[in-house]
Design a protein around this ligand. Structure first.
Ligand code: BMA
Length: 327
């Protein structure tokens, strides 16, 4: 089963910005806000970056995170100023790939933002860390900092509620997806060196989803926060094949024990086909980071070719029925 692209894609592109001079806007996380609108955080790279001599990546490529909002999920109003920008040693080379979890605990809602904080230049292969920020209103943002010390790690995303009384976080130390549990928010934010030392010694033991198919051969990483359904947690993820193409997959995880994979699509649910997915700053990339459900329809927001933000949809029930065929 394939997701169906919105016919007026991309939903946001660099040319939509009038004041903020950016060259790329992609990899967008979304959530339903308290006013019922779709809130989006996207990765934006100011114009002026240029290709590396090696041809692998870009120089002067420092990402910020910006905000946009939509009342129908299709048309976005862009706030043309960044909401998360370089400030400290640990994020001086940018903030990338934001995901938003609407986290509910005992009736209290907060929006937890997970993103990659860069303490070394993009494409250097070093200094990629999982950072967390928090907002209640998408106006003021509180940076909590790096939560996982000492290791290149990305694609982190919280489950939207506690599982068996614990906060659960998916993250990706290459090449597979791990899960970490915390007793409470304070414990998670305090970056307990002892906890992480023990964890990192055997991180593969915490793998929750491992590469399985050819199109996942290089690495996989979580997309949007897992979505709670009556069939299990629906996890949309990205996968990189040995052909370096980024595709999207989908799996169902057990509600009480997400390390139990109930079902998984053997083929991608979305892969680069259109112009805007095949050609950009990095070719052949679809990179899902946002998912919301509106009237039974699953809206998946994704970055395309590291250049624009796009949308693809599918009936949620259709997707669940399809996945159940691969138990
Ligand atoms: C990943 C991340 C994403 C990017 C993708 C493809 O490692 O850095 O932001 O979209 O590569 O270039």
């Amino acid at each position: 089963m394939k997701l169906k692209r919105y016919e007026r894609n991309p939903v946001i592109k660099p040319e939509d910005f009038k004041k903020w001079d950016i060259g790329a806007v992609f990899n967008c996380g979304t959530t339903i806000m308290e006013n019922g609108n779709v809130g989006m955080l996207y990765r934006a790279v100011p114009s002026g970056y240029r290709k590396n001599k090696s041809g692998n990546g870009y120089l002067d490529y420092v990402s910020s995170i910006g905000f946009a909002e939509s009342c129908n999920g299709y048309d976005f109003e862009i706030r043309e100023e960044p909401v998360i920008t370089p400030q400290y040693e640990w994020d001086r080379y940018g903030s990338e790939d934001p995901r938003i979890t609407r986290f509910e605990d005992g009736g209290t809602i907060s929006y937890l933002i997970t993103y990659t904080a860069m303490s070394s230049p993009a494409f250097s292969g070093e200094g990629d860390r999982v950072a967390v920020a928090q907002t209640e209103d998408f106006v003021s943002f509180n940076k909590h900092g790096v939560i996982i010390p000492g290791v290149n790690d990305k694609d982190a995303v919280f489950f939207p509620e506690k599982i068996n009384g614990k906060i659960a976080l998916l993250h990706r130390i290459p090449p597979d997806i791990q899960i970490a549990y915390f007793d409470d928010m304070e414990g998670m934010l305090k970056r307990d060196e002892g906890y992480w030392k023990r964890y990192l010694e055997n991180y593969a033991e915490y793998n929750i989803l491992e590469r399985k198919y050819d199109w996942e051969a290089e690495k996989i990483g979580a997309g949007p926060p897992p979505l709670k359904t009556d069939e299990g947690w629906l996890l949309v993820y990205h996968a990189v094949g040995s052909d370096h193409v980024y595709r999207a997959g989908a799996a169902l995880l057990d509600l009480d024990d997400p390390s139990r994979v109930i079902a998984r699509s053997p083929v991608p649910v979305l892969e680069p086909e259109t112009e805007y997915e095949r050609y950009g700053d990095v070719d052949n990339v679809v990179f899902p980071e946002g998912a919301v459900v509106k009237d039974g329809e699953l809206f998946v927001y994704y970055g395309a070719a590291d250049k624009v933000c796009a949308l693809a949809t599918v009936g949620l029930r259709d997707m669940l029925n399809y996945l159940k065929g691969f138990r």
